[in-house]
Design a protein. Structure first.
Length: 112
């Protein structure tokens, strides 16, 4: 059986994961523990424009949630750290499209 398509989606650049690791550090976690099993290293987070797969980002999120025992408000705290700069080019494309459907059709090659 083929892997789900979302596993290979490019989430964006390393900025989002760097913010998540910073969140973990703020709660006393070691960055290496946050990145465990993601295939990412701390040095990857300092490479401008490094691509992060959705699967890698989800691994980091799962690590942090598990290591902190899923405290109330953690998702809100993480959300407050997000900015347009670390969401990636896909978000900029969505924001500049008339509708999400227009953006999706353009992504699939049938420009409207």
């Amino acid at each position: 059986m083929a892997a789900p398509a979302w596993r290979s989606l490019r989430r964006g650049t390393s900025g989002g994961v760097a913010s998540l690791v910073e969140l973990g550090e703020g709660h006393g976690l070691d960055p290496a523990d946050c990145l465990q099993g993601s295939g990412l290293r701390e040095s990857d987070l300092r490479v401008d424009g490094a691509v992060v797969l959705a699967e890698q980002e989800l691994a980091v999120i799962a690590n942090i949630v598990s290591l902190l025992n899923d405290p109330p408000g953690l998702g809100i705290e993480a959300g407050r750290m997000v900015n347009l700069g670390n969401l990636g080019i896909f978000v900029f494309a969505m924001l500049s499209s008339e509708t999400l459907g227009t953006r999706w059709r353009w992504r699939r090659g049938s420009r409207v």
